[in-house]
Design a binder for this molecule. Structure first.
Ligand SMILES: *Cc1c(COP(=O)(O)O)cnc(C)c1O
Length: 392
């Protein structure tokens, strides 16, 4: 049989990313391809930079999107800012800190891990103590919104502490940008990266990145070359920030960039603060429904991410079976727990375009039916009404 065109099933995406992509963004991506040095494309790229600055609340000149997913934005920050022998403190409260450590060690730095339990926010006191013990630390890195656990950390306070000790900061905002309050300039974040497919609601494959002057100065004073050619920000700048004299670095992912442009136009039309509020509104409705069913959250209330809801699997329930039934019977995707939380939690994402009333009511309906049929210790038939009440 000849291989046919791929026709993906229609899913409701309520996992840890990707989020659903708005039809306007999909339409933008299907527009005609033009050259990445075409004046029309270059004009779009200038707008895209302005839109990225808006999403990050920054005026940093070095604001761009790496042509690869969030992991590449992470790698770009570490490869550019860490030199062999540098000390980097990594606040560790979930999966992504382990990757930060890999990044630091692979470019010859020393990673000092500051551990907090998974599901907890980062404890600023522990960072403070670790900096006191290691005043020669060059960088502090942490995840703002930990997607593996659903915990939000107090970025502003962590940055203040790092700066008291003269360390620069790398902030992972892959899940926070667009979904939670995030102010790059006001909080004085030195280097930040995100991902296109989470609360920014574009297709996967681009990583918004921004660095302030302190970070760029640090990079310009490096004694050794940035060990990655592709991710060296000095070289990418020739394309991203060359104005009318942009020159070839690599072929920009043209149609994907149309999509990010459209997604950010939509974010701008909605308003950043309104987007944060929307994520919170739908989280509160989901919470009302889940709690009416007698399900509980992993993370304590003040630190819960609206865009990533980690729910404790009730005793005796096969969590993988529930996800399988959600997918097979309702075409809903949710996420599993990772690492130590594997088998213990579900992760319901309400990110970007996925964060809406229809999806909240739909996933509650589906969970109520599936968990009820599995004889889980839940209160059946109350969730949707509770969520609807939260909306009215
Ligand atoms: C998803 C995610 C990443 C990695 O992004 P990819 O686009 O999957 O490479 C990094 N950090 C956090 C917090 C994430 O949620």
């Amino acid at each position: 049989m000849p291989i046919q065109s791929f026709q993906p099933p229609v899913r409701t995406l309520l996992g840890p990313g990707p989020a659903e992509v708005h039809p306007r963004v999909l339409a933008a991506m299907s527009r005609p391809t033009i050259g990445h040095l075409d004046p029309a494309f270059v004009q779009m790229m200038d707008e895209l930079k302005t839109l990225l600055q808006y999403a990050f609340m920054t005026e940093n000149g070095m604001t761009m999107a790496v042509s690869a997913p969030g992991s590449a934005g992470m790698e770009a920050c570490f490869t550019n800012l860490v030199e062999p022998g540098n000390k980097v403190i990594i606040c560790d409260n979930g999966v992504f800190a382990g990757r930060m450590r890999e990044n630091v060690e692979r470019v010859g730095g020393t990673a000092i891990m500051v551990k907090d339990d998974w599901g907890r926010p980062i404890d600023p006191n522990k960072l403070n103590e670790t900096l006191k013990a290691n005043p020669d630390t060059q960088l502090v890195a942490f995840v703002h919104a930990e997607t593996s656990t659903g915990a939000l950390s107090d970025a502003r306070t962590l940055i203040e502490i790092a700066h008291e000790f003269g360390a620069l900061t790398i902030v992972d905002a892959v899940t926070s940008a667009g979904g939670s309050e995030l102010r790059v300039d006001e909080w004085e974040i030195d280097a930040i990266y995100s991902g296109s497919q989470k609360c920014l609601s574009s297709a996967a494959g681009l990583s918004p990145l921004s660095m302030n002057n302190l970070a760029m100065e640090r990079i310009s004073k490096r004694r050794s070359k940035v060990p990655s050619w592709f991710l060296d920000v000095n070289l990418v700048t020739a394309y991203w920030h060359g104005g009318k004299r942009r020159s070839y670095h690599h072929t920009a992912p043209i149609n994907n960039l149309y999509g990010l442009h459209e997604a950010l136009v939509m974010l701008h039309q909605e308003g950043l603060e309104n987007s944060w509020a929307r994520h919170r509104q739908h989280h509160l409705a989901l919470k009302a429904g889940l709690e009416a069913m007698n399900l509980r959250f992993l993370v304590e209330e003040p630190y819960r991410l609206p865009q990533l809801n980690a729910i404790i699997v009730p005793e005796g329930i096969d969590e993988a079976m529930v996800r399988q039934r959600l997918l097979n019977e309702y075409s809903i995707e949710i996420g599993a727990g990772l690492g130590d939380l594997s088998g213990k939690i579900w992760r319901i994402g309400l990110m970007g375009y996925s964060s809406n009333e229809k999806n909240v009511l739909f996933v509650l309906t589906a969970l109520d039916e599936i968990l009820g049929s599995m004889k889980a210790p839940i209160l059946k038939g109350l969730a949707v009404e509770a969520a609807a009440a939260a909306y009215s």
